[in-house]
Design a protein around this ligand. Sequence first.
Ligand SMILES: [Zn+2]
Length: 561
Amino acid sequence: MSKMKAVLKRKSWFMRSFPQSLNVDIPATALLSHINRRFLPFPFRKFNSSFHFTISVAKQMIPQQEPDFNLNHLKLYYGKLFPFADLVRWVSYGNDGKHPGCDQSYLGRREFSFTLENDIYLRFQSFNNTLELENSVKEKSPVKIDIGPVYSVDPAKRYAYAQGENNVFAPVERELIFDIDMTDYDDVRYCCSGADVCLVCWPLMTIAIKVIDTALRDDFGFKHVLWVYSGRRGVHCWVCDGKARRLSNEQRGAIADYFRVYKGNENSHKKVSLTGAALHPFLATSYTNVLKDYFEKNLLTGQNLLATEERYEKILNMIPDESIASELRGRWQDSRRSSSAKEDINVVRWEQFKQLLQSGKHKAQGLRRCVEEIVFSFTYPRLDMEVSKHMNHLLKAPFCVHPKTGRVCVPIDPNRCDEFDPTTVPTLSQLIEELNYEGSISDIDGELNRTSIGNAITLFRSSFLQPLLKACKEEIENSYNLKLQQSKNSLGWLSSPKRGSALVPSPRAAWFEIQQNFLSESSDHADESPEGHFILMSDSCSAANAKVDKSAFLPEFDACL
Ligand SMILES: [Zn+2]
């Protein structure tokens, strides 16, 4: 084991072992010598380091390995609790065969992908109904279920189509998706790193949900947005409106770019570049409503962003004017020697920083913008752009169980995302315990209600699925009615080819349709006069023109066009 690995491992152990509020900066030398003596085998005991631990308020780690995650529990979960029907109703988008406008092949063209134990991947699975999906999942017990796009043809039969001259196998629909992962924030969080997540860094995810959700709804007009906890260290977002599902890759790229302000890399001090005389309204609103508050009230002290020289240097390096940076550096080096314990050092230094950069003395645009840039660097959502840009990216299905943490990928209510606590998300073993506790087997809804997954499923149904399906039903009905109307209209224009495009409904097309209907309706009543209908429906013909007998009806109509 390398020295650094050993340190990190001990750091991780320490974080898990002391979940209570500590909020102190501990020189590693003292701490490690204690750990060395007590816990490490002899060869490691002499190890020493200048590594600093900062243990912040309410330090509560999410255990990274569910101790008793096993396939039998997973089988029970799939057997009794997994909401197959809800999942299928969602990805069917109203195409349930109940309306003549439904696309019967829709669900069967959706890719599901299973990951089995030992990393065996089963791609391009497809199912025609809930029962098929349920049976397959129960039989195979995948440790992960991913959802891919809807293809032009059944993905399970893609080879049959590929052998033809025209390879028609291509994705045609896919939710607009966003994947936000805490590992992308490692340079701005000091509480943990890598796959670890705690309540001190989780607010970074809360910020991402607030910022992206607001923009998706207010700036793009999307309504059906599902947020899901990834089960370990991040969140997934599914935008499910019809217009989102039908976006091309280019359009997806454009939306992803809309959110991009993070342009840095490991080696650049400045990760965010805000240009122009004024911030884009989306960025300005995000800053005022979300980022600034979370930075100042939460992350600044929670992460101790300015507490040590190493940390404040990182921020000072982002100031474009070296003289200001050194002025602050001088003050902070002095204040370390004379600081009182009354005020939080991070808050004091941040106020000094803002005051100096935003004072009248430094009116230059770049300097004042620098405060905003730093806040953006430490708070603004970091998206995995590639996931959002391409239709054929897979994303883990909601309600899967994360095999490392045992936690269920539950939906998050974006309106109450600041209340979401990843450490209290139900785990597989907890659910199985709850099932066993009740003992007797009741109906499926009974099973759900008496375990802690019940609330998550209720939230999924009430805040997402029901409004979505209502909108889908309306969309299917409207599109069906429109097609019906268009096909009638185009039939009409076929009989009257000289009038140009049949695609544009016009009063004349409606007129022709009425005539056709009238002729067929009145054929049994030859003595009835059609006159009243003509006067009522005519938009340009005179009533006199309309006064014709049925035999002269069509020619007369043509003549008046
Ligand atoms: Zn953390």
